[in-house]
Design a protein around this ligand. Structure first.
Ligand code: SAH
Length: 387
């Protein structure tokens, strides 16, 4: 559990220079369009400037107001006085050998979240957070250990995408061939469906051709399973993919692992996911974090197959990523294989999720915890980030 990592810490040179300094002003992506329109109006500027400014940040990758050459000089100065292009600061930037990058981001109120860039098979995928912390309390997960603090704003979710997209350019050895950020998985910290309205707004702006051009079919939203919100997502008429975190094939075990199951129950979750498929035509993915000796016994494999057979479903098995201090185990290879074989024999499509960036604590919430602990510690005993 303790290896020297190809990571960035105080001793290594980051691939991107981050400005230190005081916390930023309000992020421009967080100013609602009508507020910004009014602000511009007071300065004699037409409403179309709103889209111009957003396009600069989202599509043109402009990182300072000064460089927004299609805006009058005076306006650029006034914008810089009042707002920042990006409000979040990079507290820590780590990268793994497999080209996975993780940012720990400090928000304007000093809270911290994580965002991850996965570069694989010629494509770049952003994994974003939707809340500070998480209120769902899944027993094996680092994000929810201290509960939920607050929802992220639309702008804070968009900023994560912009920062990760900018990172594809900055870290590419050949800028002409930087991977395009084409995919988003909403699988970072937090429960996305508990912050659905702001998330949908962020994804709509990200999907616009003047935004980041990330199409709905390239976005996957992962949920603990909130039936009413799954229906709401289906009714939005968007082609987002849905991933449901199942983690157990019966209510008794699921309630032990995923406490919110006590209120929802498996039946209602599966029924809402079926409805999602009927309304959108999008196959639902079921995520199953495999906890050695807890939810990977032969009877679990059979029950899981029984639950999903005949459903338009795909299963992602995710061997548990260790979280310091939690009493769970990764599965034995033979038990994982038994799960795979049992599902396949029943005709249920299944994959084991590859471990990406495991040496940089890419599983949600893990790194933020360590950074928060290190920030809180007296300077003399700052721990280095090691796994
Ligand atoms: N709240 C959403 C998003 C959470 S993160 C949800 O529950 O789906 C995305 C996935 O990572 C979830 O399936 C979550 O259960 C899983 N996960 C969290 N911590 C993990 C860990 N330590 N190891 C493996 N998977 C983990």
């Amino acid at each position: 559990m303790s290896a020297t990592l190809p990571i960035l810490d105080s001793d290594s040179t980051p691939p991107v220079a981050y400005a230190p300094g005081p916390l930023a002003k309000p992020g421009i992506l967080d100013v609602p369009a009508d507020t910004l329109r009014a602000w511009l109006g007071e300065r004699g500027q037409p409403p179309m400037r709103v889209n111009q400014i957003r396009r600069q940040v989202l599509a043109s990758r402009t990182t300072t107001f000064e460089a927004m050459s299609d805006l009058p000089k005076q306006l650029r100065a006034e914008l810089a006085e009042a707002f920042s292009v990006l409000s979040m600061r990079v507290e820590k930037h780590l990268f793994a050998k497999d080209d996975t990058h993780k940012l720990v981001l400090r928000l304007n109120d000093d809270r911290m979240i994580e965002a991850v860039l996965i570069q694989d098979d010629g494509r770049a995928t952003a994994c974003i957070s939707t809340q500070v912390g998480c209120g769902m309390g899944c027993v094996f997960c680092a994000s929810g250990l201290n509960g939920v603090v607050r929802n992220l704003t639309t702008g804070e979710m968009l900023e994560q995408l912009v920062m990760l997209r900018n990172l594809t350019d900055a870290t590419s050895t050949n800028p002409d061939r930087a991977l395009r950020l084409t995919n988003v998985v909403v699988m970072g910290m937090g429960e996305p469906l508990a912050n659905l309205e702001s998330l949908l707004e962020a994804l709509a702006i990200a999907g616009d051709k003047n935004g980041l051009g990330i199409g709905a079919r390239h976005v996957t939203i992962s949920t603990v399973g909130l039936p009413a919100k799954i229906r709401k997502l289906a009714e939005s008429g968007k082609q987002y993919s849905l991933a449901v975190s199942l983690h157990a094939p019966n209510d008794e075990l699921r309630t032990r692992i995923v406490p919110t199951n006590d209120k929802t129950g498996l039946d209602a979750i599966l029924a809402s996911a079926d409805e999602f498929y009927e309304k959108t035509g999008r196959q639902v993915t079921y995520e199953y974090v495999v906890l050695g000796g807890l939810n990977d016994l032969p009877q679990h494999a059979k029950q899981l197959a029984g639950l999903l057979v005949g459903r338009k479903a795909h299963v992602n098995l995710i061997p548990w990523n260790d979280v310091e201090g939690l009493p769970y185990n990764r599965p034995q290879d033979a038990d994982l294989q038994y799960l795979i074989d049992t599902l396949r024999k029943s005709g249920v499509s299944v994959k084991v999720r590859k471990r990406k960036g495991s040496e940089i604590d890419a599983a949600c919430g893990q790194l933020r915890r360590k950074v928060e602990m290190s920030v809180a510690a007296p300077a003399a005993s700052l721990p280095t980030v090691e796994v």
